[in-house]
Design a binder for this molecule. Sequence first.
Ligand SMILES: [Zn+2]
Length: 508
Amino acid sequence: MTHVRGSAASPSCFCSACNSSPALSRRQFLCTTAATAVAASTVIGASGGPVRAQQPSGATASGRAILIKGGCVLTLDRAVGDFEQADVLIEGGKISAVQASISAPNAEVIDASRMIVMPGFIDTHRHMWQGILRNVLPDGSLDDYIATVQKTFGAKYTPDDVYAGDYFSALGAIDSGVTCILDWSHIHNTPEHTDAAVKALGDSGARAVFAYGNAQTVDGRWWEAKGSKYPNDIARLRKQYFSSDDQLVTLYLAAPSGSPEQILPAFAAARDVGARITIHVGVGERGRVGLLEKLNAEKALKSDTTYIHCCTLNDTEWKLIRDTGGTISIAGYVETLMGHGNPPIQKAIDTGIRPSLSVDVETSVPNDFFQQMRTIFSLQKNEVWARRLAGDKNPPKFLTVREVLEFATIEGARANGLDRKIGTLTPGKDADIILLRTDRLNVMPMNNAVGAVVTSMGPQNVDTVLIAGKVMKRNGQLVGVDFGRLVRLGDEARDRLYSNANVKNVRL
Ligand SMILES: [Zn+2]
């Protein structure tokens, strides 16, 4: 067990190494400091030019170090430990130190008193092109979603609509504390649609994984879409946009739902250019066909693949995921709403797989990760209680809030292929950090830091967001975003889409 400089001796460190007693004191859970009023100078609401202005002064664009001072720090790195109060130093976009007190006279200081400082949330599956169709289908099933969102709207998307959808989704993610997001992008009706999605992700400033997927058509036969170059256009994307994996937006392939004959060429196209893969499996009745057994017979299952939902997989398929080193993504809230099957949180744990979490669709799901964490936490506990009530003498263990927070951070980093760069506040990793206010009426007075995040907080607690050391949100406001232009962009894209899809927009 190693500790960041000085933290092992710090009375405020409450990692397991420093506190062998399982009974943690109240003080060890508290994160209170005397409030001091030192705030970074930031420019909020810059106007003109692109919707997002370039990085404003005061952030790391100037190359200046940032010192996050006096927060309750949850590094979520078990070797580093957590701190009732500590400082986090950021240099060159990376975390250079986490310790009880850091002196960095030239650094820009962000006061984190009465805040929890932790890694940003990491979403492993979201169809971001739907960012202009938020809440369009609150009462819909999976079949309704396919008919309305994919066949009616998706088939009529223009590249400008893709740009707007991705851009809204990315800014919404940042605003709610999600610093890394996999864009499960199946809207590539033409290569221009693809270029628009990649541009939007870049313009947003989010850390994103662009997962290149199929087209949408009015009849669902994506493989017959005339303008689509899926999956082979991924070779162009690798060359044109993703020549390095050491950049803020990286490349995956989003494999289609379908037969092995349709899936295998997509897998091959991804692996030809060294892109990892993400695929929906085990979704409702459609997911009960033993797809993973068939793909395994072709030796197609590898550790480069993330399996989404997994609700109706059979036991053999679960073991295949584990034994081939795959990762999984559970979108618990949408799975309960739309008929995918029971979110497989207990099944994953029983199989020995730590899941990541995802929002999936903003057409009926809120865009924040607090909802996702609480959904799987309550579902797992309910399942254990139900087994106990039914007389099970050897029920599974209850999940803890800390495990849930790990699913929302480091397990997401793993599934997005980025666990060496993000997911914990480990010195040397990129500075993807969120500051959560504890002086809000939904959590004050604070008694348990991890508990506050998982059980009580919401997007209104997200005060500050940094991605690769850049300040993206400060004092509760996105930085460098012209909100007036944003409103117009959204309204215009929505109205254009409804018109092209010949759908009357009745907002009540
Ligand atoms: Zn999905």
